[in-house]
Write a protein that binds this ligand. Sequence first.
Ligand SMILES: CC(C)(COP(=O)(O)OP(=O)(O)OC[C@H]1O[C@@H](n2cnc3c(N)ncnc32)[C@H](O)[C@@H]1OP(=O)(O)O)[C@@H](O)C(=O)NCCC(=O)NCCS
Length: 197
Amino acid sequence: MRSGARIPYRARKALTTITNTQLPGPQLQLRHTWELSAFCRKAIRELLDGAFDGDFTDTDFDHALGGLHAIITDGDVVIGHAAVVARSIVHDGRAYRVGYVEAVATDPERQRQGLGDRVMSAVEAVIDGAYDFGVLGASEAGLRLYRAHGWTPFTGRLSAMTPDGVIETADDSVHVYGRSAPVSGQLICDWRSGELW
Ligand SMILES: CC(C)(COP(=O)(O)OP(=O)(O)OC[C@H]1O[C@@H](n2cnc3c(N)ncnc32)[C@H](O)[C@@H]1OP(=O)(O)O)[C@@H](O)C(=O)NCCC(=O)NCCS
């Protein structure tokens, strides 16, 4: 009998479309948005809705699309997620290619087991290899995890490029990551709908 023969269809479909593996236990995979099945996207969104207790909008989800997703699955269930997307951010007049981390969440029933640590390590490896530095807006719940991973609060001025020009944006949750990440001066993020940082 083939090893996957007793796995129910829904689980089998998820395993092949999300992870292409049938190993037991939590599995971490890095996938670009284009590789995610509708099933996987839905499972990620359900995880985010649960972890943020209903306070996760369609726009928040949109911010997490178009880059790489670190996804931890256990069987056919997504139990951990973080995304890193490309943004253009100006620091003191120079434009940088930034890995912006979005939609970090783990299953509320599986927290404090190291899943957050695993998804963050995965997106940080992407930032180290592909971007000038990393940026994220930290929730209260995420602060300790990010600080433990070397993310530093940005203490300078924050602004955003909007269709009407550059505006000041007050936000004390912005953290930066990487050896060449600036912690002071002025950061100007690119324009998008919803939360700018
Ligand atoms: C923030 C969040 C992603 C953290 O996920 P997590 O899976 O609990 O993260 P980890 O397990 O890696 O680490 C959390 C804590 O558990 C501890 N821990 C890790 N493995 C552990 C284990 N086996 N036993 C006991 N504690 C453990 C870590 O040391 C860490 O401790 P600390 O908070 O005292 O520093 C999660 O709480 C979450 O989804 N929150 C809601 C959504 C949210 O706010 N996301 C952040 C958006 S910016």
